[in-house]
Ligand binder design. Structure first.
Ligand code: CTP
Length: 403
């Protein structure tokens, strides 16, 4: 777990994006972090302490005293010194301004001013508030204080306006936090794409053409890439896997066409793509809208070619992007695999041998050879899919170094 034993203080302020902070806290806990949450008076208008105490498994702080008559004092200095990192998410325009000017008129701000740990800030507000000179000045100041500002994204805002101001997505904040604690990770801050699993090609509402791919190899790859710091887009066909990793964003698809669409949506922002999906080469020419009824003794299906995702991305890739494909061969294995590598413009191909028991679909183990464009190859023995994934990821990282 990438944030094991890290103490993270999440400060939530008054913005509609406060609801997203709940998901952030959940992801942090999944990463093994110890999380404590502070809510500003403004945040209490949007979310309740109970949500955050349940998710963080810790009491939530919103004022200097527990309740007016208790006389129990929440110690802001103690809390500030406890944290390894303070994350202000969402940071409203009002809180940013107070942070920039040293105001401490609530518990959250007093704790912020007492903190000696690094501070990460994810602003969230309406577009015009974000563009206002005052906010710009405040952000500049906060950057000068050494704080890390996570730029808000563009898009539709809660007000209905379009523009910049939307809080960075919880997953992006997690990526930044992991990158902060693991500066040496080779894929930190990078996005990668992995295709995995089978595709199902619909015949009619109740039938499809599919294959036995389980998606296990793809998930092992996605996990190994995430452990090296990457944000992984996992485009995966129908599967029974439990995928719960804060750095793996799952894009669930069914057919080859859907898989291609999901890949194209993220490909340009990915430095590395690993194509481990078992994509159906053909799909039924027609998809019946009603269940096909039994007729004579024979049924002939007409199939048409599916897009080749690897080849499409191979044509589209820029110099800084690297592509790793798989080949499953039964005869003249290396020759066919090398041919595939050139045809699809890949930078590395992983040859899966079906000759050995324990290698291939649905198994826990795999046996591979790696083949590079200059026809150099390296053979490996039978090993777990996890170990195979680590070998492939290490080879892929070497490819990125050459771009
Ligand atoms: N692949 C793909 N899209 C397809 C077919 C294959 O992206 N429509 C990818 C696979 O994920 C794999 C590589 O291309 O990384 C090779 O897959 P394979 O099925 O072995 O290759 P094919 O081109 O289908 O070749 P053939 O069926 O002739 O062996």
């Amino acid at each position: 777990m990438m944030l094991e034993k890290k103490k993270i203080l999440v400060a939530v302020t008054g913005s509609i994006a406060a609801y997203k902070a709940a998901y952030l806290v959940r992801l942090l806990v999944q990463c093994g972090a110890e999380v404590k949450v502070m809510l500003s008076p403004g945040a209490l208008q949007f979310v309740t302490p109970l949500t955050f105490s349940t998710l963080s498994k810790n009491p939530v702080f919103s004022d200097f005293t527990e309740n007016k008559d208790s006389g129990v004092w929440n110690h802001h200095v103690e809390l500030a010194l406890w944290a390894d990192l303070m994350v202000v998410a969402p940071a409203s325009a009002n809180t940013l301004s107070k942070m920039a000017h040293g105001q401490s008129d609530n518990f959250l701000l007093a704790t912020y001013m007492s903190a000696r740990c690094p501070v990460m800030i994810a602003p969230a507000m309406d577009h015009d508030m974000f563009m206002h000179g005052g906010t710009r000045d405040n952000l500049r100041k906060l950057r000068d204080f050494g704080h890390h500002i996570l730029a808000p994204g563009e898009g539709e805002l809660a007000s209905g306006l379009l523009g910049q101001g939307r809080m960075a997505e919880p997953q992006e904040i997690i990526d930044a936090i992991i990158a902060h604690f693991h500066p040496a990770l080779p894929l930190k801050g990078q996005q990668v794409l992995v295709t995995a699993g089978p595709t199902y090609e619909k015949l009619d509402p109740v039938r499809f053409i599919g294959n036995y791919s389980s998606g296990k190899m793809g998930l092992a790859l996605a996990t190994a890439l995430a452990q090296k710091g990457a944000h992984v887009h996992l485009v995966i066909g129908p599967n029974h896997l439990k995928i719960q990793h804060p750095q793996i964003e799952v894009h669930a698809v069914e057919s080859a066409n859907e898989m291609l669409g999901a890949c194209l949506a993220v490909f340009d922002q990915c430095q590395l793509t690993v194509l481990s999906a078992a994509v159906a080469d053909y799909r039924p020419a027609q998809q019946a809208t009603e269940k096909i009824k039994k007729q004579g003794d024979h049924l002939v299906l007409e199939l048409v070619k599916n897009p080749d995702i690897a080849a499409t991305l191979g044509q589209r890739k820029k110099k800084h992007q690297k592509l790793v494909g798989f080949a499953l061969e039964t005869t003249n294995e290396k020759e066919h695999a090398a041919d595939k590598l050139h045809r699809k413009n890949l930078d590395l191909i992983v040859l899966n041998s079906l000759r050995n028991e324990g290698a291939g679909f649905g198994t826990e183990t795999n046996q591979i050879s790696l083949i590079w464009p200059d026809n150099i190859s390296q053979d490996f023995g039978l090993m777990s899919k996890q170990k195979v994934a680590e070998i492939i990821v290490d080879a892929a990282i070497d490819l990125l170094k050459t771009s």
